[in-house]
Design a protein around this ligand. Sequence first.
Ligand code: A2G
Length: 392
Amino acid sequence: LDNGLVRTPPMGWMTWQRYRCNIDCKSDPDNCISENLIKIMADEMADSGWRDLGYVYVCIDDCWSQKQRDSNGRLQPDPERFPSGMKALADYVHAKGLKLGIYSDMGNYTCGGYPGTTLDTIKTDAETFASWEVDMLKFDGCYSNSTEKALGYPKMSEALNATGRPILYSCSWPAYEGGLPPKVNYTQLGSICNMWRNYDDIDDSWDSVLDIIEWYAKNQDVLQPAAGPGRWNDPDMLITGDFGLSYEQSKSQLAIWAILAAPLIMSNDLRAISQDAKDLLQNRLLIYINQDSLGKQGSLISRIGNLEVWKRELINGQYALAVLNKGTDGLPRPYSTNLGLLNVTQCTDGYKLYNVFEKEYLGMFTSSTPIIIRVNPTGVIFLFLRPVSYIP
Ligand code: A2G
């Protein structure tokens, strides 16, 4: 969507994966969906380096609203959990140099059973969100049929545009239609949405991450050309810092998400995140790769048993390469290659290689210099390549 937003993939934080529909502020006041939680995360994002690295969207997912619209037919936040109201919360978030995201659903109800946005409330709801000075809308797709979605998603895009406020528009539409043509029209999506979910929700597990990676690999011929500045495929939230991934697995999710030019939207507890997880999520070179201005999604280029090589072309002849070991048999998997075999040969003087997670410069490599690595089980070696003759 050409609304001037997210020329590189959005970065931020979202409630859903970690906090779900926890509305129990009585017994779990620190973790329930509330203005308190959003303010705490906004403080963390501003104070602990996240914002300055680009993580600027703080997004409320499902379960924020009252079960009824107000007397003017407008959505309203739950008064006990959001006592100051959404406009005040947006003001708070903006004062921290951050942006606020909100959630609704094209349908009679949200997936969590709260009031949804129907065809006749789209305009009202877009105006309500704009009046609160919200910066992003995730528009889910429960409780509507395909015809309603086909009308509603473009209509919401127009309604948001008509408010005059730039609002990042995230569409869950393709995920409800199987994510593939002919049911999903990626040309149309790219013109009406800034990003879109096309596959299953992520859970806090390696199996879930692998499943998403496999789906993206299998369908990359369709997905890769759909992405570009202002229009991104969204393989769902980052779960680094939660319970389900090991250190190696966290690296793997991050490397593949960077290769895929995916939104980097964390869902974790920034108050209690481990130093390891924080270092991975705040890795500058990883963020540089993810945020590359060419905006070209990378892809799987070869697979040898459990070993996969992923490649992304970056601006000015740079590249990122991720070698992923999906194996679990215990032994770090040896892999030897060279840039010629990987088809990175444009710069005949060779490339400077960097190991992204080890933060290590590996030297200069021509097309025939051997690259010999070992990849830990369920882990990745993530490499950044810069032409020797690179001019920024
Ligand atoms: O509703 C759906 O399952 C969403 N999935 C998920 O991300 C979350 O928002 C949840 C809230 O009830 C999609 O948007 C595809």
